[in-house]
Design a protein around this ligand. Structure first.
Ligand SMILES: [Zn+2]
Length: 418
């Protein structure tokens, strides 16, 4: 009986301890806040990036994270194209931004009602020789029968300088994908889902307004917890997302990448609650302008706040809100010893059903560190909802299924890695 009681008590305390060390409800709360409307999609319209940076700084401070020098925020300039207005209709349809169509992030402005130019053949010459300034060019990748035609006309778009039509409408398969662009192209450009497109349309009424902002000051948020040594483990995640478009829709970016930011902040909480100095120092880096081309982490890696050589290992977390199908390690093949340890810990603690170790790729914020010779990997989780760069990547769809397992894996790694 006494033994049973002891067992119950120890199970209870283990439960309490786990609840304190890996705080999924706390992380979920962070994701919910950062993906809410008040953060404007963590972009560069209405200072979504600054609101986010401020919020992250306050959370890090709670967990004893100190700045390198005076400030947690490392400011840097970017050029960014923003879409401030969007309206799109045909005679019979009024399209919904974000649901039916998107304005390409690099688009320029347009206003008025015009005819459509619908190509009949795949000869570029016919199109290029004539002036169609009064017409919107329709690139229907679904209904045009000729692959060559589509290919040829896509080439025109890729020159980014079409100047003989009013703009381009591209009919695409049924997945809209928003981006960020640091430049504006020479023409307005819309993409509409094929099931929304009115194939009988001859005229379109369009209003697109862009604002190109040069030298916008955005910022990384960076701090650390002092350990027993000056050697650092680093956790990184980008906090920026795709912002507000047309002052109508915002991109919540719950999985991409409020989930990664929440995990990094929860790691700060973990090391704070250890109640003693960790063996190594731990740095927390939340980058801006990843979606515009890894700009925040590139800037940091070229303007580091402490010697990059002091980084023992760096983990970049980007899209870690799911995990039911497993975990992927980008650039893991370049670090076999670390990857083996990840596999070992996973086996011992039964954390993920499947771990994939992959090669390097310039697809997230680990990249410029890797280029600078820092041992760096990028971890993302697989499975669950597949919302990506659209208005549906919301906190309601995200369970952080494997949050506790991810924190366990990372903290165990730091315990065991030599
Ligand atoms: Zn993204």
């Amino acid at each position: 009986m006494k033994r049973l009681l002891l067992l119950i008590i120890s199970v209870f305390f283990l439960g309490v301890m786990l609840a304190y060390t890996q705080d999924k409800p706390y992380a979920l709360g962070l994701v919910k806040t950062m993906s809410s409307e008040k953060f404007y999609g963590r972009g560069f319209v209405k200072k979504g990036d600054k609101i986010s940076a401020q919020f992250i700084e306050i959370e890090l401070k709670k967990w004893g994270v100190k700045p390198f020098g005076e400030s947690y925020q490392q400011s840097f300039p970017i050029d960014i194209n923003t879409i401030t207005k969007a309206q799109f209709e045909t005679k019979t349809h009024r399209y919904k931004l974000g649901i039916d169509y998107l304005v390409y992030a690099g688009s320029s402005s347009s206003h008025g009602e015009t005819q459509l130019y619908i190509p009949k053949d795949f000869k570029l010459g016919t199109f290029l020789k004539t002036n169609h300034q009064d017409k919107w060019f329709l690139l229907d990748t679904i209904h045009y029968k000729s692959a060559e035609l589509i290919e040829n006309y896509r080439k025109i778009i890729n020159t980014k300088a079409v100047n003989n039509c009013a703009g381009i409408i591209e009919v695409i398969p049924n997945k809209l994908l928003q981006t960020q662009r640091t430049y504006q192209i020479g023409f307005p450009y819309l993409q509409i889902k094929s099931d929304a497109w009115d194939t009988l349309a001859q005229n379109v009424k369009i209003r697109v307004q862009n604002k190109f902002i040069e030298n916008y000051q955005t910022q990384n948020v960076i701090g650390y917890i002092q350990g027993e040594t000056d050697s650092f483990y680093v956790f990184t995640a980008h906090y920026d997302h795709l912002g507000l478009v047309g002052n109508q829709i915002y991109f919540p970016g719950a999985n991409d990448n409020a989930s990664g930011v929440a995990s990094v902040i929860d790691l700060a909480k973990y090391y704070y609650l250890l109640g003693k100095k960790p063996k190594y120092s731990i740095a927390f880096m939340l980058f801006s302008a990843e979606e515009a081309g890894l700009l925040g982490s590139e800037f940091y890696s070229k303007n580091p706040l402490f010697d990059l050589k002091k980084i023992k290992f760096l983990f970049n977390l980007d899209m870690v809100g799911t995990g039911v199908e497993g975990l992927s390690v980008v650039n893991g093949l370049s670090h076999p010893k670390a990857s083996e340890l990840i596999q070992d810990i996973n086996r011992e603690d039964s954390l993920f059903t499947d771990i994939r170790i992959g090669k390097g790729s310039a697809n997230s914020d680990h990249h410029y560190f890797d280029q600078a010779g820092v041992p760096a990997i990028f971890i993302y989780l697989r499975g669950g909802p597949q919302f990506y760069h659209d208005i549906y990547d919301r906190s309601e769809t995200l369970e952080l299924n494997k949050h506790d397992q991810l924190i366990r894996l990372l903290t165990q790694f730091i315990e065991k890695y030599e």
